[in-house]
Ligand binder design. Structure first.
Ligand SMILES: [Zn+2]
Length: 453
């Protein structure tokens, strides 16, 4: 197996509180040595990579993606999704269970892992459904799913309405040492909402999704977390009040972690006026005040980790045949014609995110909201802990999953040039500063941005 020497990079490893220039030697798929510059000699056959000016960080881990495989190859496949992940700097991604068939059986988990093994890209970490068919009633066989390789449980896309079902699932998964990731939504309150309930929904004349649809469900589930003593993970937090509830529950002893997505900290609901269905997701983009609260919670540590919620969709699912061209830059808010309002309401929820996440989090670093170490903690270490994975650190003896980042490389988001099969991004045309240059999984270079450039 190959040997790689990463020379002269800035190693940022918050798990070991290192933020200094280090040479890193990789051999046999593991990190062999981490030393101050110049101490490691070049050995025969080693590939030497000049990492000067770059950050060397533990491989990025995304605890929440949708790879659409099995079931929806027109949107994404495990192969394209994992390659998009590698190009975005991710060495591992947790693939949600809302495929077709649903990942509620060891057979589906094994299919996903077999597909992933054949792809030279990021690792796939299977997320098992909590309930069979995401039906919210009958629990999966948790132990069998862990045995097959699942490392997280979630019915994501659909909330678990029955609290008895959730409570029992929390106790069972906690006994096995795993966590449930919760999509928090009270569908009685979401009703037929298309976008955030507020100015934008009012002026477009479409039904809104109120913040309370999220906060009331979080309130209930935090109570269950305290009651059962089980750990919970709150997916894609989108409102200011959600964060206050999480802070309060922690004070009462709840074991709760949470994630925020780049779109929820980088955009507010006015982006819908520009991007229409490409800015539609669940939970929706919220008010400017909520965005401010999320950024503050990233800075103060309330938000543990970043998740892309990568949700590829084909143009048809987004109702683009009707809606494309209607939304444009500088568009004023105005009532949508009825057929377009209906199309926006019907359009599938979600945006792609694997190839833009790092650049968007780096915006926070460049703005001074967070430091690089906190970024690495949120994009690698915390995800590794949630998913019970080895990794999240660059330490001798540990599996060599490493990302090399050029924090200053400027580029423009062009979904047509992205590796994901889908193009549904509200960041098209955005200038970003910083990009993954090299993604290494188990000591193997699976993405080389330098070769591409
Ligand atoms: Zn979700």
């Amino acid at each position: 197996m190959s040997r790689i020497l990463l020379r002269g990079g800035r190693l940022i490893d918050p798990a070991r509180e290192i933020d200094e220039t280090r040479d890193v030697l990789i051999a046999e798929g593991e990190i062999e040595a981490v030393e101050p510059p110049g101490r490691l000699g070049v050995t025969d056959g080693a590939t030497v990579i000049d990492a000067a000016g770059c950050w060397v960080v533990p491989g990025l881990i995304d605890p929440h993606v949708h790879l659409r495989d099995p079931g929806f190859p027109e949107k994404e496949t495990i192969a394209t999704g994992l390659r998009a992940a590698a190009a975005g700097g991710f060495t591992a991604v947790a693939a949600m269970a809302n495929t077709s068939p649903v990942n509620d059986s060891p057979e589906v988990t094994r299919y996903m892992l077999a597909q992933a093994a054949a792809v030279h890209a990021a690792r796939l970490v299977p997320v098992s459904a909590v309930t069979r068919g995401l039906g919210g009633r009958e629990a999966v066989d948790f132990a069998a799913m862990v045995e097959a390789g699942a490392r997280l449980f979630s019915d994501d896309g659909i909330p678990i309405d029955d609290q008895a079902v959730l409570s029992s699932a929390l106790e069972q998964t906690a006994r096995l040492g795993f966590v449930i990731s919760l999509h928090e939504e009270d569908r009685a309150l979401t009703a037929n909402g298309a976008v955030n309930a507020g100015e934008v929904s009012k002026c477009l004349g479409v039904a809104g999704v109120p913040a309370v649809a999220e906060t009331e469900r979080i309130r209930r589930d935090l109570a269950l977390a305290i009651g059962t003593g089980a750990p919970v993970h709150i997916a894609h937090v989108s409102t200011a009040l959600s964060l206050d509830l999480i802070r309060a529950a922690r004070k009462r002893g709840a074991q709760v972690t949470c994630e925020a997505t780049p779109h929820h900290f980088a955009l507010d609901d006015r982006a819908v006026l520009r991007w229409g269905p490409d800015a539609k997701m669940a939970p929706p983009l919220r008010s400017a005040r909520d965005v401010e609260a999320i950024v503050a919670a990233i800075a103060d540590g309330t938000i543990d980790m970043i998740a892309t919620d990568h949700a590829p969709h084909d143009p048809q699912s987004k109702r683009m045949e009707l809606l494309a061209g209607f939304f444009s830059p500088g568009r004023d808010c105005g009532r949508l014609p009825e057929d377009l309002a209906e199309a926006l309401t019907q359009a599938a929820n979600g945006v792609v995110g694997l190839e833009t996440a790092l650049g968007l989090v780096l915006e926070l670093v460049h703005r001074g909201v967070i430091g690089p170490a906190r970024m690495v903690e949120m994009m690698s270490l915390k995800g590794a802990q949630l998913l019970r994975l080895e990794g999240g650190t660059v330490e001798p003896g540990v599996r060599a999953d490493i990302t090399l980042i050029d924090p200053n490389m400027e580029w423009t988001v062009e979904p047509a040039k992205c590796i994901s099969k889908s193009r549904n991004s509200p960041f098209t045309g955005r200038r970003l500063k910083g990009k993954a240059m090299l993604t290494i999984v188990a000591g193997d270079i699976v993405y080389n941005g330098r070769a591409r450039a």
